[in-house]
Design a protein around this ligand. Structure first.
Ligand SMILES: [Zn+2]
Length: 129
């Protein structure tokens, strides 16, 4: 079981089962929404249980794509797509340490911030693989 929360605690949750490796998404949208890039693990939505979600808000920049964030403190928390109903992505930085996770993939690297240095050991993909 892994616990996560936003900075102010208005959103607090537990993740059950095995967590996916952390994947970085450098697409233009994730870069702007997160302020750098999305770094997220993922679980089946059934394995995400909220202790509290009173300040959870969703931003839908295009139909069927949703970013979850705290409406009070602004923490980036989740990403999900209606077309991928078997997973929800969880911002890795929201999890309590230690996570035991590794970053293994980077997507949309052509849209990465030009200040971003590549990470050794992270496989890069032009788009989402
Ligand atoms: Zn918050």
């Amino acid at each position: 079981m892994q616990h996560g929360r936003c900075d102010c605690g208005g959103v607090s949750f537990d993740l059950e089962g095995e967590l996916r490796d952390v994947y970085n998404c450098h697409c233009d949208r994730c870069r702007r929404v997160t302020g750098h890039h999305m770094a997220a693990t993922a679980v089946h939505p059934d394995n995400l249980r909220f202790a509290t979600d009173t300040t959870l808000r969703w931003y839908e920049p295009s139909p069927g794509v949703h970013y979850g964030f705290c409406g009070h403190c602004g923490s980036t928390l989740f990403w999900k797509a209606d077309a991928e109903s078997t997973k929800i992505c969880i911002a890795a930085g929201s999890l309590d340490q230690p996570t035991g996770l590794r970053t293994t993939k980077a997507w949309w690297v052509a849209e990465a911030g030009d200040y971003h240095d590549r990470q050794a050991g992270v496989a890069e993909f032009e788009y989402e693989d």
